[in-house]
Design a protein around this ligand. Structure first.
Ligand SMILES: Nc1nc2c(ncn2[C@@H]2O[C@H](COP(=O)(O)OP(=O)(O)OP(=O)(O)O)[C@@H](O)[C@H]2O)c(=O)[nH]1
Ligand SMILES: [Mg+2]
Length: 199
């Protein structure tokens, strides 16, 4: 029997990346069911599913929560394969996590889907001990040509927005690609018919 998760228009693989303790697991939990924040470092990579309706289309989100600890870094890479939605998180009270974003983005370029859509996320915006300013985050996102969001899993700010905005960009790209393929097929058919007419 078909499960509810079998009925969807688009299925999108997401990965959440970033340093140890920036809030990746808490971010995922909040998106899934508004559950309390994570208390422990993640030691097993796993994925979760969520179905959402966006602009009349049913989207299946397949979301992989990766490991931030240095010793696990190489393990993450295999899970990047074919990921289209990338959520790169840093903690605005931890400068190192911001400085390491370039490393994470490089990993995406090496291992994720070539047409992936990346969002840079400044998490923990509820805290006052800020080490990385908003402007620095925005400037980095601009330089990298990616979206920027400020979030808090404690105050539940902007979590859904990140997933929905990234999904929308990906769906637009899929639709565009399908249209291009269709146009190419039509052009090829016309060319074939022309050539056959010549023989
Ligand atoms: N104040 C505040 N704390 C947060 C926020 N998000 C997460 N935290 C806390 O930060 C700590 C680490 O959160 P996790 O979600 O486990 O971080 P992680 O990125 O999954 O860490 P690893 O699995 O070790 O890579 C926990 O104590 C969370 O409660 C936030 O938006 N604001
Ligand atoms: Mg975690």
């Amino acid at each position: 029997m078909a499960k509810p998760s079998d009925h969807f228009n688009y299925s999108i693989k997401f990965i959440i990346i970033g340093d140890f303790g920036v809030g990746k697991t808490s971010f995922l939990h909040k998106f899934l069911q508004n559950s309390p924040n994570s208390k422990n470092p993640t030691e097993d990579i796993d994925f979760e599913l969520k179905i959402l309706e966006i602009e009349g289309k049913t989207i299946k989100f397949i979301i992989w929560d990766t490991l931030g600890q240095e010793r696990f870094r190489n393990m993450n890479q295999i899970y990047f394969n074919k990921a289209m939605g990338i959520i790169a998180i840093y903690d605005c009270t931890d400068e190192n996590s911001f400085n390491n974003i370039r490393h994470w983005i490089q990993q995406v370029k090496n291992f994720a889907h070539s047409n992936s859509c990346i969002a840079l996320v400044e998490n923990k915006c509820d805290l006052l001990e800020i080490k990385v300013t908003n402007e620095e985050g925005e400037a980095l996102a601009k330089e990298l040509g990616i979206m920027f969001f400020k979030t808090s899993t404690v105050w539940n700010i902007n979590i859904n927005e990140v997933f929905i905005n990234v999904a929308k960009v990906i769906i637009d790209r899929i639709v565009e690609e399908k249209m291009l393929v269709r146009e190419n097929i039509q052009v090829n058919r016309v060319e074939e018919q022309k050539n056959q007419g010549r023989c």
